[in-house]
Structures are given as C-alpha cells and as structure tokens.
Design a protein around this ligand. Structure first.
Ligand code: HEM
Length: 161
C-alpha cells in the first residue's frame, strides 16, 4: 500500500507533505502552509470562475433556443443526452468531450462574451512602444480582456445570435 500512487489531486497534495521543507534549502515536498495555499488558490480560482461562466451560459442559452437545440442534437448524436429524468447519466470522458465540437464552440463564445475575468496584467520586461504608446521596463500593464474579446475591429458578429 505504501507505494501506491495518489489517485486524485487532494491525495497528491497531502502525500507531498514534508514538514522539513523550507525556502532556504532545496528539499522535495510542500509544507503545511504551502499545501493550504494551493487548496485555497484552487477554491478561489476554481469556484467563482466556473459558476460565473455557467451563469453566463444559462443566460445566453435562454436567449438562443436554436443554439440549445443544436447542442442537444450534438449530445444526442454522441449518446450523451441525459434522458428519463436523470435515470441515465452518460459517462463524460476526455474522448467524448473532445468529440463535441459545436458545444465547445458555444463554450468558447460564452467565455468570450461573458466576463469572468475582465482584466489580467503583465509587467514589461523591457522598454518598448505599442501603438505609439511608450512602455517602460517594470511598468505594470493592465490588459482589458473583455474589451479585446468584443472589439468590433476583430469580432464582426458581436452577439451570439
Ligand atoms: C471558466 C473557468 C475559468 C476561467 C474563465 C479562468 C480564467 C483565468 C484567467 C483569465 C487567468 C489569468 C491568465 C493570465 O493572465 O495569464 C487564470 C489564471 C489561473 N487560473 Fe483560471 N480560469 C478558470 C478556471 C480555473 C480553475 C477551475 C482553476 C483551478 C482549479 C483555475 C486556476 C487558475 C490558476 C492557478 C491561474 C494562475 C495561473 C498562472 O498565473 O500561472 N482557473 N484563469
């Protein structure tokens, strides 16, 4: 049993506990505080993001019944549509998820139009000029993701109609 590989992320994190690990020496494993940070980070970055994306999906899907219909057709084609009030819950695997091309396009469109993270940032590593704007090494650049995702110069259809 001792050599058994951890089977999920939590088990993997717990198995990497090394009370002796610290920042000064190169020792394998994570301290309790590092494991706590990892779990907290996953709860924070994983919960709000996916629930916001799902809320936007429900909003857009409710406005676009024809798109819902096409998604259902694709799920039915791959035998993945739940039937009989959840009596049959089809298995979701990597293989059948990658076969859902239309559903994937809808998901990407929801992420493009429904702001989950409006912004991200980067620190300039060298002096440069972008669109006539001087940027100095060390400056923090805020990148307006939602503006880029809906910029009419690049996106000609705007809404998922
Ligand atoms: C719809 C769901 C999600 C969206 C829209 C989303 C979006 C983003 C965005 C925009 C960034 C910043 C990327 C960058 O500036 O380079 C990011 C980073 C990150 N996300 Fe997500 N995320 C989602 C789900 C998740 C989940 C489920 C987890 C973990 C369980 C997660 C963990 C992280 C982490 C750890 C980073 C930092 C990565 C790094 O800086 O190396 N995200 N995410």
């Amino acid at each position: 049993m001792e050599n058994e590989q951890p089977k999920n992320l939590i088990a993997l994190l717990v198995s990497s506990l090394n009370e002796e690990a610290n920042d000064d020496q190169v020792l394998s494993g994570l301290t309790r505080a590092e494991i706590f940070d990892e779990v907290l980070m996953m709860i924070m970055t994983g919960y709000e993001t996916t629930s916001t994306a799902l809320s936007w999906f429900i909003f857009f899907a409710s406005k676009n019944p024809q798109i819902q219909q096409r998604m259902k057709e694709e799920l039915r084609k791959h035998h993945l549509l739940m039937i009989d009030n959840l009596k049959y819950v089809p298995p979701l695997t990597v293989d059948n998820l990658t076969s859902l091309t239309y559903c994937e396009c809808v998901t990407k469109e929801v992420l493009r139009l429904g702001p989950v993270f409006g912004l991200t940032s980067r620190i300039a590593t060298y002096d440069t000029i972008v669109d006539d704007v001087k940027i100095h090494r060390g400056q923090t650049i805020l990148i307006a993701l939602h503006n880029i995702n809906t910029d009419a110069r690049y996106w000609h259809h705007g809404d998922p109609q």
